[in-house]
Design a protein around this ligand. Structure first.
Ligand code: NAI
Length: 305
């Protein structure tokens, strides 16, 4: 099958070419992101392969269907960028990665928590410059702290398992409680309660209309003052300008991000010889208590339509 593979980097080509060994598909690797104007590049293909920042809205899907595309294979677990209803109406099958190793994302979440708490990023730089002063490096015991997990699917459950080992008190919020998390001692509470009680709040829900801007100006006052906020789900689950205000006012004591609402123009690119045009992102980088990783690579397919 001829497959147009959008938004590829050298590492995508390496792993996809190796995985394609026996299958023998004709993979057409493209650097560009999928958008209405780049759809013609899929001419002649029967399937396309897309990533998190590719546009799979209705007009793009209609244009792809016009070229004869019948399959969209996502290289991501999240599928918020796909209009599934339009895909279904157009007879396009959509497949996703059912789970990046959930442990990889959960462990990365713990890395962010520990690094922010113990100021590892600051200590690393100080010690390299011969500065062994302790001021500003004080952290707290995770043991006994209340951690709120919003979204207790595969990743949320893996995180609950690790944090139970740390001796944390676990709160959870999910419309579908996970019995494995309950067995780990997690108490399911409404959103307002998890906001109010959590010393650390970690987001592991999909981006949906209900979770879009879950953390925003109106919800900031509901958070426990000085709390740690971690988002490794999707950028738009938090409203970044409000979060900056929360950091300035001390409502948010520290922030760990692996995703950013406007990441499409930043993440996955080496921009080190340019300047960052996104003033909101640039402002985030000025906080010593903010740690950002750019969508770490956490690399199994299941049918969505
Ligand atoms: P999953 O589908 O196993 O779990 C998602 C959970 O969120 C489900 O239990 C669901 O009931 C719950 N949920 C849905 N709506 C909710 C709401 N309004 N409030 C609270 N909970 C809600 O998904 P998985 O594999 O655990 O991944 C979670 C999310 O993490 C994905 O949707 C994706 O956006 C993100 N992700 C990020 C990665 C990264 O590179 N940073 C990698 C993989 C996933």
């Amino acid at each position: 099958m001829k497959v147009a593979v959008f938004s590829t980097k050298p590492y995508d080509r390496e792993f996809l070419a190796a995985a394609n060994g026996k299958a023998g598909h004709d993979l057409q690797f493209l650097d560009v992101r999928l958008a209405l104007e780049t759809v013609p590049l899929a001419q002649g293909a029967e399937a396309i392969c897309a990533f998190v920042n590719d546009d799979l809205s209705k007009p793009v899907l209609e244009a792809l269907r016009g070229l004869g595309i019948r399959l969209v294979a996502l290289r991501s677990a999240g599928f918020n960028n796909v209009d599934l209803e339009a895909a279904r109406d157009l007879g396009i099958k959509v497949a996703r990665v059912p789970a990046y190793s959930p442990h990889a994302v959960a462990e990365h979440t713990v890395a962010l928590i520990l690094a922010l708490n113990r100021k590892i990023h600051r200590a690393y730089n100080r010690v390299r410059e011969g500065n062994f002063a302790l001021e500003g490096l004080l952290g707290f015991d995770l043991h006994g702290k209340t951690v709120g997990i919003v979204g207790t699917g595969k990743i949320g459950e893996a995180l609950a398992r690790i944090l139970a080992g740390f001796g944390c008190r676990l709160l959870a919020n999910d419309p579908v409680p996970n019995p494995a998390c309950e067995r780990l001692g997690a108490a399911y509470v409404p959103r307002e309660e998890i906001f109010a009680q959590s010393d650390i709040l970690s987001l592991h829900c999909p981006l949906t209309p209900d979770t879009h801007h879950m953390i925003r100006a109106e919800t900031l006052p509901l958070l426990k003052p000085g709390m740690m906020l971690i988002n490794t789900s999707r950028g738009a689950v938090i409203e970044t300008r409000s979060v900056i205000r929360g950091l300035k006012e001390g409502i948010i004591g520290s922030l760990g991000l692996d995703v950013y609402e406007e990441e499409a123009d930043l993440f996955f690119e080496d921009l080190s010889d340019r300047f960052i045009r996104d003033d909101v992102f640039a402002r985030l980088l000025t906080f010593p208590n903010v740690l950002i990783t750019g969508h770490q690579a956490f690399f199994t397919r299941e049918a969505l339509t």
